[in-house]
Design a protein around this ligand. Sequence first.
Ligand code: SF4
Length: 350
Amino acid sequence: MSNDFKNLVDGIRKSKNISKEELYRIFSCNEEEKEYLFSVARSVSDNIFHKEIYLRGLIEFTNYCRNDCYYCGIRCSNKNVERYRLSKEEILECCNIGEKLGFKTFVLQGGEDFSYSDDDMCDIISEIRKNHKECAITLSIGERTRESYKRFFDAGANRYLLRHETANSEHYNKLHPDNLSLENRKRCLYDLKEIGYQVGCGIMVGSPFQTIDNIYEDIEFMKELKPHMIGIGPFISHKDTPFKDEEDGSVDRTLLILSILRIIFPRVLLPATTALGTKDPLGREKGILAGANVLMPNLSPGDVRKKYMLYDGKICTGEEAAECIRCLQTRVEKIGYHVAFVRGDHPDFI
Ligand code: SF4
């Protein structure tokens, strides 16, 4: 491997910064250089997280959504989706099962479904908080007002995931209909941070029309936002969307970006996503070996999992939660890491 590449990676590690030219260079790296980049990202991650992989129990509680994002399988105009909503009792039952299995974080994820009013959400959140005092509650329910976010926080929610998808307005407008704007998406993220949430943003790697310059802009935006979590996975097309014929994102590029993010944001929580595991049977292991430190197994009831298809071919829609954990534990141990049954807060919140 050339000294130039080594110096480039070491420089990024030292400065926690990357130039556009360096990003282009990394995207053209050879196998040996890639392995070096991954090993640096791993060592940054291991120094902070000590080879512990945090688990988040994902509860996909509604696949109704008022929005029509062009890439999403549960977009409102997809009439082929069998829609469902979980009741408060069903959500609480998922949490009970999750806690028995050792989960210390529950992620309530859904489309933008306003049939769960703010009052309903507060009721659900405060009930989970009451029953599971030690657990973290993460929300991933899209764009709402600052007042709503504040009410959810006061009811007991701790974290919020809201992928920004792209930090370039033109690109954003190619992925979303006119009623959605990057400006509002960013407004939500900054509101969430100010309120006190641990905040996660993120992108799909290889989404239609994405350029390397766009990815550079994403990294610049992340440096400004300073998120606590960053969710990235390859774009995977869904057959019932306008992007059905678009090429999927690459696993390789996703891994490169994961490792760059780990090096620039050493303490950030970085999932090895289900999308990564869908594109490559060993995708999640590869993600961890490129610097990821979080896995998000599914805690949703078995009968609804296949209905929450954001993209085609999604894995782990059949297994029971207990099976999922056993499988993930084995996979993680095989590569020299271990699953930690802890809350796994961002180091700033410990
Ligand atoms: S990406 Fe989110 S907001 Fe957009 S259609 Fe899908 S669930 Fe709705």
